[in-house]
Structure formats: C-alpha cells, structure tokens
Design a protein around this ligand. Structure first.
Ligand SMILES: Nc1ncnc2c1ncn2[C@@H]1O[C@H](COP(=O)(O)OP(=O)(O)OP(=O)(O)O)[C@@H](O)[C@H]1O
Length: 236
C-alpha cells in the first residue's frame, strides 16, 4: 500500500498542494481529477521524488520514501510518466527502453532482454529502431508508459496518458492499463477524460485548489454536491 500523508507543497506564496492524503493499493487504479491548476501534476511530482514536499510524507507501507531522488524512487518501485512525453529524442525507441531498463538491470544483456519484453508489451517492437523524436504522439505516449514499465514499478503514476490520443489509441492504452492492474500493479492516474476515468478507476480523488475535496468510488464522487459545484458543473 502506497500512501501520501498530509502533503503540502508551496511555490513561494502559492500553495499548490494543501494537506493532501491519498492511498493506492496494489491491483487498484486510483484516479486524480480536478480543474486545470488544481495541483495534480505537483502531487505526482512529490510522489515521484521530483519535488520535495514542504510538509507530509510519502510512504510504501511503513517505509518513508519522501525526499528520495527520482532515480532512487524508481529503484524503490515508483515510476511516473510526464504529461508531455520526455523521451531522449535522438535515441531510438529501443535505446530509450534500454536506458530505463538499466535502472533495474546492471548487466547490458539483462537490460536489453527486459527492454525487449517491455517493447512487446507496449506494442512498439516493430518501431524499436526508429528515433523516438519521429514517433507520432500516440506512440510517444506509449513509449512514455513503456519507459516507466521498464523500471519495474509497483506504483505507476500516469499523467494524462490519454490526452491527445484518437479513440483507437485510447482503447489500446486503456487495455494496457487494465492489464497492468490485473498483474497487481498499483496505478494512480491523472486524467481529464471523465467518462474513461469513471469507467476505469476503482476509486477517485478530486482535487480543487490543492485540496482533496472528495474521495470515493466513481459513483460516490460524481454524486457529491461539492464536486459537482467545484468541477463537474452538473455535467455528470
Ligand atoms: N514549478 C512551479 N513553480 C511555480 N508554480 C508552479 C510550479 N508548478 C506548478 N505551479 C503552480 O501550482 C499550481 C498547480 O499546478 P499543477 O500543474 O500541479 O496543476 P494541475 O492540476 O496538474 O493542472 P493541469 O490540469 O493544467 O495540468 C498552479 O497554480 C501552477 O501554476
């Protein structure tokens, strides 16, 4: 069980995340939703070790992860994707995967073998030798997920991996996410596509102005008056 407990993150005078708590269990998909600027990406960055919180802790069971550098966080089993995919553009798809696989495999042969397995899983084997920078957005997003998977996470943080994808690409990505849940991974995703979030997630946290204003099953949060007022605007 991964837990974010009472986390606050400030940027100067702005409190981007305020006393937020969240839990994700293995085999569970948890959604984080909220308006633009609500603090979702900041919360992810705190969990992934990219940002250090001003207050609060990130826990893996009893183990404190807060303050670990991203590389160590990856070793501890936490991986994130970025809203804007960040592959090493000059490297090929395979080289990107191998670089990520080296987080968990010292030997080059092992890293290559594991990268090949992950490439197969994300369906990019046929494009393995092309430069990552030449991939269209849908494929780049898949590579982004693949690079996270290559670090063998127990907690996978997906930041808007469905944004900008066409319906076919969305179906492929959703199927992959379901498969990962089935394999026992803990998954936490930020997404704006409400219908998909509602059908995919086991539980949802709603953030507004950095504060978790509601949590529960998709049905519970979508019937929460505070959520409807703050975010859904009566559209659900
Ligand atoms: N590095 C930073 N320095 C200063 N302010 C920041 C920084 N990163 C984020 N913010 C601010 O913190 C607040 C939360 O931003 P964040 O990107 O976490 O929101 P979000 O919910 O992910 O938004 P979106 O849905 O648009 O991606 C915003 O007001 C943003 O401008």
């Amino acid at each position: 069980m991964f837990e974010v407990r009472d986390v606050t993150k400030r940027f100067g005078g702005l409190t981007a995340v305020s006393d937020a708590s969240l839990m994700v269990d293995s085999g569970e998909i948890v959604g984080v939703i909220g308006p633009n600027g609500a603090g979702k990406s900041t919360l992810f960055s705190v969990i992934a070790g990219v940002l250090r919180p001003d207050e609060g802790v990130v826990l893996d069971g009893e183990k404190v992860l807060t303050g670990l550098r991203p590389y160590r966080m990856a070793r501890a089993g936490v991986a994130r994707t970025f809203q804007t995919p960040r592959p090493f553009g000059a490297l090929t798809v395979r080289e990107n995967m191998v670089a990520a696989a080296h987080t968990v495999h010292r030997s080059t042969a092992d890293a290559h073998a594991w990268a090949a397995e992950c490439l197969e899983r994300i369906g990019l084997t046929e494009l393995a030798e092309v430069a990552a920078s030449t991939l269209p957005l849908g494929m780049r997003k898949r590579l982004e997920v693949g690079r996270a998977l290559a670090t063998k996470p127990r907690l996978l943080l997906l930041d808007e991996v469905l944004g900008g994808l066409n319906p076919n690409e969305i179906d492929t990505m959703v199927a992959l996410i379901r498969e990962l849940r089935q394999s026992g991974m803990a998954i936490c995703m930020v997404e704006h596509a409400m219908a998909i979030i509602m059908s995919l997630c086991d539980r949802i946290y709603v953030i507004d102005h950095g504060v978790v204003i509601s949590t529960g099953t998709p049905q519970e949060v979508s019937s929460d008056q505070q959520v409807i007022d703050a975010y859904l605007g009566g559209s659900v």
